[in-house]
Every structure is written in C-alpha cells, then in structure tokens.
Write a protein that binds this ligand. Structure first.
Ligand code: PBE
Length: 268
C-alpha cells in the first residue's frame, strides 16, 4: 500500500516534540486510533523538529513531523497537514491566558492588560517569522508592537501604568509561545512600566509555577484539548483570563512534495 511506501521512506518514524506537550499526547492517540502498528513517535523538542524538517526540505527528502498552527514553518515551507478523519487531533482550539490567584489584587494593571490581550493567528505568525529569520525575540516583539498600535491600544485600554514593578511570565520554548510571551512582555514594559522576567520551563513546571505562585502568568494554555491534563490537575489554583487567540490546529505535517494525503494511508 501507499502507507508502506511512505513508511519505508521515513523509516516508520514521526518526528515529535517535547514529551509533556499536548501535541505528543494527541500524536500518540492518532497512532492508536489509526492502527499505525510499527510506527515510532520520536521525542525531542520544537527546535529539533524544525531543524529536522529544514534539513529534509532542503534535500527534498521525505519526512513526517508533528506540527501546529500558528507556526512560521507554514510561511517558510510548502507543507500540508495529513487529513485526520477520525479527529484524533481534536478541533480548532483557543489559546488562553492563565494567571496565579491574587494577581488582580497585587498587580491590577498587568492583570487587566492580560485580560485584554487578544490577537489573530496572522499576528503571531508575523512575530514567529521574524524570529525564524534571525531577528531576536525581543526585537521581533518590539517591531510588532510598533507596527500594530491599534491592536496594542485595545490591550492597554483603561489600564493605568505601573511604576517599575516586576512581573514573572512563565513559558515553554515553543516558537509560538516565545512569540506571544515576548509581545506581552514588550507591551507590559514599554506601555505600562513593568519590569518583566521571562521564566523558560517545561510544560509541567509552567503550570505548577502558576499554581504555586512562583510565576504571575502565562499565555500558553491551548484549550479545550491540548492543555487539558494540566488545566484539570491544577483547577482551582489558577485563574483563567480567557482566550488570547482563536484558530489553532495540530496534526501530522509533511512537505507538499510527498505523495500522501491522509493519516489513514500510513497504516502498514
Ligand atoms: N504546542 C504549542 C503545545 C501548546 C503550544 C502545540 C506545541 C502543546 O502542548 O502541544
């Protein structure tokens, strides 16, 4: 079958990301749902995944990666999601902003701005694309903030400035969250006078850090599915400030030059 051929081409391997991520959990579910016996889902990181994709793409070699949207890789390369008729990867989601309990009382301006933070997938992709092209995350975020004054004005509407208070944002080094966290930091610093520390951690410690108050907030909760294990585990120990972006997607991703359309075709 076609699946055997594609499977042999890629050594029956799918390039994954960090093991605690919702994407890896969904990928394992897909392998189960579609009966992909004999396939291996490789653990790694978002950075290792994009490095493998870049290398394969340059040589027009076959590769299957776990991917998500928004992501710069869809801007830089011609890629397609494999169709997922069984919906193993769930439906389109929203990304929520999550704060520690008590932030509204302690740091009301930051809390208000975080509540009002909302942008579009295309905005996030612009920042991600700049960073993937070599611009530093800080400079890419600052450029986006300067280029989008109307959107930023909505986030800081009726928010009084703070005076040099510190704020700690936790994040995981996924390219999407590097972009969003840096943009929120840039606005809190340049528009509201906060001094923001970014705390890079794994996904489990990110949620634990919010729940135990070590971090003030994060903008990386993909719901209702991708982050649900952590959301349920720490329920009652954080505040959900609502959606900051709608229209995400997860799945198995291949270059357009590969002759495969659906996860179903990967079955041996
Ligand atoms: N991601 C990016 C994360 C959420 C943000 C899709 C890689 C995940 O948990 O899978």
């Amino acid at each position: 079958s076609g699946g055997n051929r594609v499977g042999e081409q890629v050594g029956f391997r799918i390039i994954g990301i960090d093991p605690g991520s919702g994407l890896m959990k969904a990928s394992a579910k897909a392998i189960q749902d579609y009966g992909l016996d004999g396939w291996t889902l490789l653990e790694g990181s978002g950075t290792a995944m994009t490095a493998a994709l870049d290398k394969a793409y340059k040589n027009e070699e076959p590769i299957i990666v776990t991917g998500w949207t928004p992501h710069w890789m869809f801007v830089k390369y011609k890629l397609k999601y494999l169709e997922d008729p069984k919906k193993s990867f769930g439906e389109s989601e929203e990304i929520h902003t999550i704060s520690r309990l008590g932030l509204g009382k302690d740091k009301p301006s930051a809390y208000r701005m975080l509540q009002q933070f909302h942008w579009e997938p295309s905005d996030m992709e612009k920042v991600m694309t700049l960073i993937s092209g070599g611009t530093s995350p800080e400079a890419a975020a600052e450029k986006w903030v300067v280029d989008n004054p109307e959107i930023v004005a909505e986030w800081i509407k009726d928010v009084p400035p703070a005076s040099g208070e510190r704020l700690k944002l936790a994040y995981v080094a996924w390219d999407s969250e590097i972009a969003s966290t840096n943009v929120v930091k840039a606005v809190l610093e340049s528009k509201l006078g906060y001094k923001v520390d970014m705390l890079q951690v794994e996904i489990g410690p990110m949620w634990a850090g919010i729940a135990n108050g070590d971090a003030d907030a994060m903008v990386a909760a993909w719901l209702p599915t991708t982050s649900i294990d952590y959301y349920d585990k720490y329920k009652g120990k954080f505040e959900d400030l609502g959606s900051n972006l709608a229209g995400t997607k997860l799945g198995f991703v291949v270059p357009n030059y590969m002759d495969v359309q659906s996860i179903e075709q990967l079955k041996r």
